[in-house]
Design a binder for this molecule. Sequence first.
Ligand SMILES: O=C(O)CCC(=O)C(=O)O
Length: 249
Amino acid sequence: MTMQQDQHIDGLRDRAEHDGFFLVENLLSADECARYAERLDEYASGARPAGEGISIQREPELERAGQVRAGGGDIRKIDGLFHDDLLRTLISSEPVLGHMHDLVGAPAQLFRASALMKPAAVGSEKGQHQDSPYWPIAPMSLWSCWVPFDDATLDNGCLTVVPGSHHGGALPHVRTQDDYIVPTDHYDPAALVPVPMRRGTGLFFHSLLLHGSAANTSGNPRRAVTMSYLGPRHDYTGTPPTPDYPVAG
Ligand SMILES: O=C(O)CCC(=O)C(=O)O
């Protein structure tokens, strides 16, 4: 490793500790983004059947209204991406795992890998939340890598974060009709920072970082994946039996 690379890694570590997130530009090439996005579209449109372990969620409001959009334009989320051969190469790729080993230790186990499709015009808001309060894993210090396959913009629902919020521990969450969020009396909405990103950029973030995303009001989809990892110092705290989290690499 060169001295420049060393300093770069040290800089990321400082940001991880201080802000609870950092960005890695060009984590994926434009070609890789296109190939992964195409695979997600195949599932969303039904062209590729979702095999065992993969599940697909429609936009809740459209679901309630009984509305269907052609070509998968009504799909909100695709879970279980470790069961897809192509997406598994991303989940286990060196650019992602190299950082994860630094952040959670090795071997890194995959907690979840999901696509957040945020379809054009109807992609719904994801309210401000922390991930750990959703998850039966202690300590609350998993890390995720979120990568958009389309440029993520203010119009199509880029992520918003509260830098440093991971230092404050778990905040109270409440259930809404379709979400599980932190009410605004537990954080300052003025502290929310939007994070527009070019496609293929990786946003690595701590599982106590307060984050969310606005609705997609643009005419194009904002397709992204989120991959979350636990390390050897983490334990399952849910109802037995302990799930078999795959070793990512
Ligand atoms: O993709 C989004 O809009 C939300 C992502 C998110 O909340 C997550 O990755 O934990």
